[in-house]
Design a protein around this ligand. Structure first.
Ligand code: NAP
Length: 286
């Protein structure tokens, strides 16, 4: 697996290691092998940086099935992820999994969609067995929105009547580990979602219950939302504001409202409800 030192990567590695049994082992590929100093001596840690092709040739040697975790470099990642797919193919990897997002189709306005779509398309046309894991938005990250809404008493949003079935990162990891270790699902695109799709009024009710005081939803235009989030900011923060607004547009456009039982089918356990994820977060996404 690539991206081994990220939050999702660590969780996939934990669940996969627990399910592996004897005779097979996990290869942890990361830009920062030093992050695993002190791990079990038999742990196979390799350097893999999608922007450095010299690290990719050896990263997949001897690997049968690989999961490529999408990187956080939204603008540049398609090229790197495609390089990783090609390196895996060249090394003889039989089955490649990729962690994508729900409905990254060209019509999806979320600015993270095109790079996922380009990577998916490359994988679909690669001639290799593949499984695409399309994950819903992290339930863990709703903690920020819940905190802001509780502080102001208002859930300001640009999602219209759209809904989203948020999913805990650990549940995505459990599903990815199940396919990585258990195999099967070749040629499939699996939609991983939470158990319930929330619109803004339902989210406001949930935040009110958790926080103990009332939160009222307030819909605003995309421009107003951008102004509220990004006013006076630049660089990273401005980018974050554009990302958040585009995710609101995607939710409003119906690209996130799917509810599936795929996580339960793959893992034998339903994902945690959003309320449980928020209640245990203690104000931090982990
Ligand atoms: N569904 C959602 O709501 C949601 C939210 C946020 C992010 N995501 C996506 O899910 C991914 C995993 O999430 P996370 O919470 O684990 O994020 P994270 O902790 O920020 O991890 C970032 C990941 O990107 C990898 N990465 C970055 N640059 C790389 C490069 N040049 N070559 C290879 N790998 C690179 C990192 O691997 P190493 O550090 O080990 O090299 C790490 O696994 C993110 O990268 C993003 O694509 C989804």
């Amino acid at each position: 697996m690539t991206g081994a030192s990220g939050h999702l990567g660590r969780a996939v590695a934990k669940h996969a290691a627990a399910a592996l049994g004897t005779g097979r082992h996990l290869v942890l590929a990361t830009r920062t092998p030093a992050a695993f100093t002190g791990a079990q001596p038999e742990t196979d840690v390799r350097r893999a940086d999608f922007t450095d092709p010299t690290t990719l040739a050896d990263a997949f040697v001897g690997v049968d099935r690989a999961v490529i975790i999408s990187t956080d470099d939204i603008d540049g990642r398609a090229r790197g992820q495609i390089a990783a797919i090609e390196a895996a193919r060249a090394a003889g990897v039989r089955h490649i999994l990729y962690t994508s997002m729900l409905a990254p189709v060209p019509a999806n306005p979320a600015i993270i969609a095109p790079s996922h779509w380009a990577t998916e398309e490359h994988l679909r046309n690669s001639g290799t067995d593949y499984t695409i894991l399309r994950a819903g938005f992290y339930a863990d990250f709703q903690v920020f929105e819940a905190a802001a809404a509780l502080a102001s008493g208002t859930l300001v949003h640009n999602r219209g009547d759209g809904r989203c079935a948020y999913l805990a990162r650990d549940d995505i990891a459990r599903a990815a580990a199940a396919v990585l270790v258990g195999g099967g699902h070749e040629g499939e695109t699996l939609d991983l979602t939470g158990t319930e799709a929330f619109d803004a009024p339902a989210l406001a009710r949930l935040y009110s219950e958790i926080g103990g005081h009332e939160v009222t939803p307030q819909v605003v235009s995309d421009d107003a939302m951008l102004g509220l989030l990004g006013a006076g900011s630049e660089g990273h923060n401005q980018y974050g504001a554009r990302l958040t607004v585009s995710i609101g547009q995607a939710i409003r456009g119906g690209f996130c409202d799917l509810v599936t039982d795929t996580v339960a089918q793959l893992t034998g356990r339903a994902p945690d409800p959003l309320g449980a994820v928020l209640a245990r977060s203690g104000g931090s996404p982990g």
